[in-house]
Design a protein around this ligand. Structure first.
Ligand code: NAD
Ligand code: GLY
Length: 363
C-alpha cells in the first residue's frame, strides 16, 4: 500500500511518497535526480542510524550511487552552526558538486539542519527528505522550511528550500518511542481542525487504530495531512498569509517550549496545549462551538497528550510570547477557528482575555 501526494510549486513541484518499506527504494527513487557519477551525502542522527542507516545507504549504493554518511548526535542541540560546518566539510571531502544531493534521514532536527546545508552548499543543491518521525512525515519534511538555531533562539537562521522528493517510510515508525509518536499525532489532528472537518471526524473514529500504529489508519492519516499541507504551501509558499493557519496552537506552544526550557515538553505536546488554548480563545472570540473545543480536548486526552502546562506562570509564558519571531510589535497574532475545518489567521486578542483563558484551562 502506497500513496503519493504532489506538492504543486511549478518547476519546484515534488512528490511525497508514503508507504511501508519505501526506504529500500531510496536509491532507485533518486536515480533521475543526479547523474550517476554525482555523489550523495546521507545525514542521520545516532538513534535513527542504528535502526535505518544501513538500509538507506545500502539502497543508494545498490543503485550505483557513491555515498558519504554523517551521523550527528540526536537532539535539538544539533541544529547548530557547528554541525552545519561538519556537513559542509563532509560534502567537500566526498566531492559533492552542484549536481549532487543530500538525504535527510531522521526527524525534524536532521531535516531542518540537512535542508539548510543543502540550501546553502554551493548556493544550493538538491535535497531528499526521508522523515522517520510522525511529526516530520506530516509537517517538517514538507514545505521547504529549513534552518538552524542560534544561542539566542530557535530557527533564527534559515532558508526556504523545497525538497526534490519526500519518502515517508511508515515502517520506520516501528522504532519510534511512544512519547514521540503521540506528540506527532497532535500535528495530525491539527490538520482536521484547520482544514477538514471530515478528516477530524475520521481521526476520532480511528483513534484506537492510530494509537496502535495500524498501517492502514496511518497511511490514510499521513496522506491526508500531507495533502492539506501541500494545498496550503502550494497557495502560499513563503507565509505571506494563508500558511499561517498551520500555526494553529503554535503561538502558545512556542512560548511554553521556551518558558519551560527546550526539551521539557516535546513540540507536539506543547502544540496540544496550544491547540486546547486556541480552541478556547476561538470560542470566546469567534463563535467556535464549545462542543467542538471539547471534542478536540477529548481526542488529545485519549492520546494522553497534556492540556495544561503545569507549573508555568502566565507571566513567564506571556513574556516568552513577546519575543516570538511571529509577534507583531510584541503582540502575538493568533490562528483561531470559526468552526472545525475553518481557521482565520493574524487575529489580535485583547490582553485580559488571553490571561483569563489561560487560567481557565483544565485537564
Ligand atoms: P527529532 O528530530 O529530535 O526526533 C525526535 C527523536 O526521535 C530523536 O531522538 C530522534 O533520534 C528519534 N527518532 C527519529 N526517528 C526515529 C525512529 N524512526 N526510530 C527511533 N528513534 C527515532 O524531533 P522531531 O519531532 O521529528 O522534529 C522536531 C524539530 O523539527 C524541531 O527542531 C522543530 O523546530 C522542527 N520543525 C520544523 C518544521 C519545518 O517546517 N521545517 C516544522 C515542525 C517542526
Ligand atoms: N510548520 C509550519 C510550516 O511549515 O509552515
Amino acid at each position: 500500500m502506497e500513496r503519493t501526494v504532489q506538492v504543486e510549486l511549478g518547476s519546484r513541484s515534488y512528490p511525497i511518497r508514503i508507504g511501508a518499506g519505501l526506504l529500500e527504494d531510496l536509491g532507485a527513487a533518486c536515480r533521475t535526480l543526479a547523474p550517476p557519477d554525482a555523489a550523495a551525502l546521507l545525514v542521520t542522527d545516532d538513534r535513527v542510524a542504528s535502526h535505518w542507516a544501513a538500509t538507506a545507504r545500502g539502497s543508494l549504493e545498490a543503485a550505483g550511487r557513491r555515498c558519504a554518511t554523517v551521523v550527528i548526535p540526536a537532539g535539538e542541540a544539533s541544529k547548530c552552526g557547528a554541525r552545519l560546518t561538519e556537513l559542509y566539510d563532509a560534502a567537500l571531502a566526498a566531492g559533492l558538486d552542484r549536481r549532487s544531493f543530500m538525504v535527510a534521514l531522521g526527524g525534524g532536527v536532521v531535516g531542518d539542519l540537512t535542508g539548510y546545508a543543502a540550501a546553502t552548499y554551493l548556493r544550493g543543491i538538491a535535497l531528499v527528505q526521508v522523515p522517520t518521525t510522525l511529526l516530520a512525515m506530516v509537517d517538517s519534511s514538507v514545505g521547504g522550511k529549513t534552518g538552524i538555531n542560534l544561542p539566542q533562539g530557535k530557527n533564527l537562521v534559515g532558508a526556504f528550500h523545497q525538497p526534490a522528493r519526500v519518502l515517508a517510510d511508515l515502517a520506520t515508525l516501528a522504532t519510534l518511542p511512544d512519547r514521540e509518536y503521540r506528540a506527532g499525532l497532535a500535528e495530525v489532528i491539527k490538520y482536521g481542525v484547520i482544514y477538514d472537518a471530515d478528516f477530524f471526524a475520521r481521526l476520532e473514529r480511528d483513534i484506537a487504530a492510530l494509537r496502535a500504529r495500524d498501517e492502514t489508519a496511518l497511511l490514510s492519516a499521513v496522506a491526508r495531512s500531507c495533502e492539506i499541507k501541500a494545498a496550503v504551501v502550494g497557495q502560499d509558499e513563503r507565509e505571506g498569509g494563508l500558511r499561517a493557519i498551520l500555526n494553529f496552537g503554535h503561538t502558545l506552544a512556542h512560548a511554553i517550549e521556551q518558558a519551560a526550557g527546550y526539551g521539557t515538553y516535546l513540540h507536539g505536546e506543547a502544540v496540544a496545549i496550544g491547540m486546547h488554548y486556541a480552541a478556547r480563545l476561538s470560542c470566546r472570540t469567534r463563535g467556535f462551538p464549545a462542543a467542538d473545543a471539547e471534542r478536540l480536548a477529548g481526542w488529545l486526552r485519549r492520546v494522553e497528550l497534556p492540556l495544561t502546562a503545569k507549573g508555568l506562570s502566565w507571566e513567564t509564558v506571556r513574556a516568552a510570547m513577546a519575543v516570538d519571531k511571529k509577534s507583531a510589535a510584541r503582540a502575538p497574532r493568533w490562528a483561531l477557528a470559526d468552526r472545525l475545518g475553518a481557521v482565520a489567521h493574524g487575529c489580535a486578542v485583547l490582553e485580559p482575555l488571553l490571561e483569563e483563558v489561560w487560567h481557565g484551562l483544565d485537564e
